[in-house]
Design a protein around this ligand. Structure first.
Ligand code: SF4
Length: 69
């Protein structure tokens, strides 16, 4: 079964917060507002569109999404 996995390039994240606003089941802010992936980054069923919107809306292009087997 192929699922999707999101990753954040933490060096590129500038803490705009769009990802965790758009997809709070996938991302969370740290104490200064930068984002990290929740858990192992596997996108649960039903969260795929939110994951893609987070990728598309990150101003720093810090989020990638890949197929994970
Ligand atoms: S949208 Fe991009 S820059 Fe903003 S917090 Fe998320 S990963 Fe960081």
């Amino acid at each position: 079964m192929i699922s999707l996995r999101v990753k954040i390039d933490e060096a590129s994240c500038e803490g705009h917060g769009r990802c965790y606003a758009l997809a709070p089941a996938l991302f969370e802010p740290d104490e200064i507002g930068n984002a990290s992936v929740l858990g192992d980054g596997i996108v649960p069923a039903g969260e795929e569109d939110r994951a893609r919107r987070a990728v598309a809306n990150c101003p720093e292009h810090a989020i990638t999404i890949d197929a994970s087997t």
